[in-house]
Design a protein around this ligand. Structure first.
Ligand code: ADP
Ligand code: MG
Length: 344
């Protein structure tokens, strides 16, 4: 188990910078998710932590000791990749034991069986990977990553190849196992639900940089940047460009954001016409055309309350509006209200 620190970490390729100025401290036993779109530098960060890529700038510290040049096999890091990367010609047991091959200790097999039990594949130890389902292969990969009691467990999009139901089960399973073992864990994912349901803290990345670090709730309710506001939340936040200075909106405001659940029909407010609706189980997502462009709001209910073409008015609490400046940074303590005319 270890505390992990990244200090101004950077990875530059000949033609591009994949990761820059990354500063992050992860507490011993903490579960952190690195969340961001494809290509933002998540896997590069993970491979530097694993010792498989050499940083081109900054430092990586394990329990206060700089490990930049420490080889992968001396870092004791467990990794699970999206592809699982199991050895096809080996049995499940041999796969789990593989990381211990160079220091065969008498209790390695005992530990392998314990890990197999923990991930609930102890009935499958003699099978080959090809005789396993995706979920079972994923469990083998996890047991293999944990057999050497790693200082750090790295998970790179580990659930992407699983179907939706299995993903739900494995999310909870992985969380239970890492908690039971107390292992410091970094999960890399582009799936916000995976990040927000599993992690103690979420690190939101974009284009090689950290946009925000916080609990899922902080990122959702108080996004630091326009990028985080748009990336976190499903259905996404309504974001409206402010082309001109508006009454009671700080003049530096350039974007107005409002969550779909914060917008609701009312007697007065912004005029709107229904263009589309999507039943989403216990809520209905309705899209409307307004003088400010297309907006979406969520209402409780299994059936739509509106028909396409219906006219209505929309309002919201002034405090629910989130305003961003021209650099994309959130303006603290700014409020605004949509009215019949636009904003007030
Ligand atoms: P993510 O895991 O977030 O999808 P990656 O860390 O894999 O993103 O990639 C980040 C950026 O670095 C991308 O633009 C990618 O093309 C680039 N990159 C990754 N690996 C290499 C490499 N070996 N050589 C050159 N560029 C790379
Ligand atoms: Mg990746």
């Amino acid at each position: 188990m270890a505390q992990i620190e990244l200090k101004a970490l950077q990875k530059a390729w000949d033609d591009a910078v994949a990761v820059q100025d990354m500063n992050l401290t992860i507490q011993d036993g903490e579960f952190v998710a690195i969340l961001g779109p494809s290509g933002c530098g998540k896997s590069t960060t993970l491979l530097m932590l694993a010792g498989l890529y050499l940083p081109t700038g900054g430092d990586i510290l394990f329990d206060g000791t700089r490990v930049n040049e420490v080889e992968a096999r001396h870092r004791n890091v467990g990794i699970v990749f999206q592809s699982y990367a199991l050895y096809p010609n080996m049995s499940v047991l041999q796969n789990i034991l593989f990381p211990t091959r160079s220091q065969q200790t008498p209790d390695a097999e005992k530990r392998a069986r314990e890990m197999a039990e923990m991930v609930q594949i102890n009935q499958l130890l003699e099978r080959r990977p090809s005789q396993l389902s995706g979920g079972q292969q994923q469990r083998v990969a996890l047991a293999r990553a944990l057999i050497k009691r790693p200082n750090l467990l790295l998970l790179d999009e580990p659930l992407s190849n699983l179907d939706a139901t299995l993903r739900l089960t494995m999310r909870a399973e992985i969380r239970r196992i890492t908690r039971d073992l107390g292992v410091t864990t970094i999960l890399v994912t582009h799936d916000q639900l995976e990040a927000t349901t599993m992690a103690d803290r979420v690190v939101c990345m974009n284009a090689g940089r950290i946009e925000q670090i916080g609990r899922a709730e902080d990122l959702y309710l108080r996004p630091d940047t326009l990028f985080v506001a748009g990336f976190i939340g499903s259905p996404p936040m309504n974001l409206i460009s402010l082309p001109h200075p508006l009454i009671e909106v700080p003049s530096i405001a350039r974007t107005f954001g409002l969550r779909p659940e914060a917008l609701r029909p009312a007697e007065t407010g912004l005029p709107a016409q229904v263009t589309h609706f999507e039943p989403m189980g216990r809520e209905v997502l309705t899209t409307v055309q307004t003088p400010l462009g297309l907006l979406r709001f969520l209402e409780a209910g299994t059936q739509p309350r509106w028909q396409v073409g219906d006219s209505l008015h929309l309002t919201h609490a002034r405090d629910d509006a989130i305003l961003f400046d021209g650099t994309g940074a959130r303006i603290p303590n700014a409020t605004a209200l949509m009215t019949e005319q636009g904003y007030a």
